[in-house]
Design a protein around this ligand. Structure first.
Ligand code: NAP
Length: 496
């Protein structure tokens, strides 16, 4: 029996939407996009905490084929990203393919019918598709640490991914746990409202200045009228980010001075913004720049000069009904506990749904038992007709859109060849997969992850085996080049 759909896409964020656009370009228009949330936009739908904005300039953090001339700032606020996602969905006819509030449990390759069987809501419903594309994000499984006593806390607990827009922080005695990119945006906003704020920091983060400004109306008009001007702005910005990433992080061994210069810039920024020497020391990372995702802010450090804002660096021992007790026995009394504690990346929730390929191989288990791996960060042996958009070594560059667009190119080349041969199934060969894994392993040897000092970073770039298996160790230019030129016999093709 023929499958119900040409393709099933899981996830209606920018990754899933890019996949949908590419499927339409390939003429595979009978597809469905399944999304567990109530609306589209992925992270930009889920996150709406105060201060949310992109921290990669908007000219770069958007699809190159769908520029938005009307970003209000160089770094657009979160709401504009959500609106942009809605615009893309409308323009490319994606919304009518989407099914919201639909929790996918798992997918299983059915050899007999050469199709994927996708199970929804605990098996209440199954859908079948010739191809399966997962775009479930890396940062989509919120993490709440198992602090002893957290269940006894009598005040308000809120995770940044579950922000309640009508929740008023005015006059509260609040704690924010975590100092990642989310906290760096939230802390200055929360400090404006609360009576007391204690920021619990386990690991400091490198923060560099954010060169942000409003985009004046005449510039927006110019971008709209002469799109090459915005393209030029994108090129300049993307090139700067690439230099930071490729030279400073991935080629750390060869270009240590650039990495050290980035750290020096962050230190100077801290020195200029924080008066107290001890606080500055506490806010200074002991690991190399780039081991953990650095962040950008002009407001974060300054907040610690304010008398009602405190930095707590002792480790959290327990949570009581009305406060947090640290290892030194000190109790910080609070009525509001904000968890900016990030996401689970590499544990049993990766991949976000259970995926069973040929011969009953379970993708997540196989990754954990062996090494995390995926050819070109997108396909895996024994998983035919499957494209995993959030794979190990898939993240290329600092803007997620460079990754998505590289993957769209890979899909176009792969499907183009399959159709040219009159076939309907594909699977990457074990040999090609092994070769790619060897290449990335070799290249990562020069990166800050292995050549630098990342011992105290506690970075989600590293998995439970200590491998930096998230970022692809090359420039986005070479990722995109590879996406349009990978050897076609890296795949085997077959009839349906
Ligand atoms: P995160 O970077 O993983 O930070 C989580 C924070 O919680 C860390 O400071 C971590 O400390 C702390 N934490 C976790 N468990 C803890 C425990 N048991 N005790 C004390 N502290 C604990 O998460 P995030 O800030 O949500 O950011 C995740 C990513 O989202 C960012 O790196 C970025 O890629 C993305 N993001 C992007 C934007 C944007 O503007 N584009 C904005 C926000 C986020 P340790 O460091 O010690 O583990």
């Amino acid at each position: 029996m023929a499958p119900q759909f040409d393709a099933i896409v899981v996830g209606a964020g920018f990754g899933g939407m890019g996949a949908g656009i590419e499927l339409d370009r390939l003429g595979l228009s009978n597809y469905v996009i399944l999304e567990r949330e109530a609306d589209l936009g992925g992270t930009w739908h889920v996150n709406h905490y105060p201060g949310l904005a992109v921290d990669i300039a908007s000219v770069t953090y958007s699809y190159s084929f769908e520029p938005n001339p009307f970003w209000s700032r160089l770094f657009a606020p979160g709401k504009e990203l959500k609106r942009y996602a809605e615009h893309v969905a409308e323009k490319y006819g994606l919304r009518r393919r989407m099914r919201f509030s639909t929790v996918v449990d798992g997918a299983r390759w059915e050899e007999e019918n050469q199709q994927w069987v996708v199970s929804i809501e605990g098996g209440a419903e199954t859908l079948t598709g010739r191809y399966l594309l997962t775009a479930t994000g890396f940062l989509s499984q919120p993490y709440t640490p198992p602090f002893p006593g957290i269940e006894t806390f009598q005040g308000k607990i809120i995770h940044t991914t579950a922000w309640e827009d009508d929740f008023d922080l005015t006059g509260r005695k609040a704690a924010i746990i975590g100092t990642g990119a989310t906290a760096v945006q939230l802390v200055p906003e929360a400090a404006k409202k609360v009576a007391e704020l204690t920021v619990f920091q386990r690991t400091p983060i490198w923060v560099v200045p954010k060169v942000d400004a409003k985009i004046p109306a005449p510039v927006q008009k110019l971008f709209a009228k002469v799109p090459t001007t915005q393209k030029a702005a994108r090129l300049v910005n993307t090139t700067m980010l690439e230099a930071l990433m490729v030279v400073g992080v991935l080629h750390y061994k060869q270009a240590k001075p650039l990495n050290k210069a980035a750290a020096a810039l962050a230190k100077a920024h801290l020195f200029a913004q924080v008066r107290d020497k001890q606080t500055r020391k506490q806010l200074t990372p002991k690991y190399d720049f780039g081991c953990k995702r650095p962040t950008f802010s002009n407001h974060y450090f300054k907040v610690f000069n304010q008398p009602h804002v405190h930095l707590e660096t002792n480790s959290i021992e327990r949570i009581e009904a009305d406060g947090i007790v640290t290892a030194d026995g000190h109790k910080t009394e609070i009525d509001t506990l904000i968890l900016a504690t990030g996401f689970n990346l590499w544990d049993v929730n990766f991949p976000a749904i259970e995926i069973i390929g040929r011969e009953g191989v379970n993708l997540g288990k196989w990754w954990r038992d062996n090494r995390f791996q995926a050819y070109e960060g997108i396909t895996v042996p024994k998983f035919p007709n499957f494209l995993s958009l959030n794979s190990p070594y898939s993240y290329s560059g600092l803007s997620y859109f460079t990754t998505i667009e590289g993957q769209m190119k890979h899909i176009a080349r792969l499907f183009g060849e399959m159709f040219r041969r009159g076939e309907h199934t594909f699977e990457v060969t074990q040999q090609a997969n092994d070769r790619f894994l060897d290449q990335v392993t070799d290249k990562l040897g020069a990166s800050v992850f292995y050549g630098g000092d990342c011992s105290t970073a506690r970075s989600y770039y590293f998995n439970q085996h200590g491998e930096a298996a998230l970022l692809r160790p090359n420039s986005t230019v070479s990722t995109h080049k590879q996406a349009v030129s990978f050897p076609l016999d890296d795949y085997s093709f077959g009839a349906a």
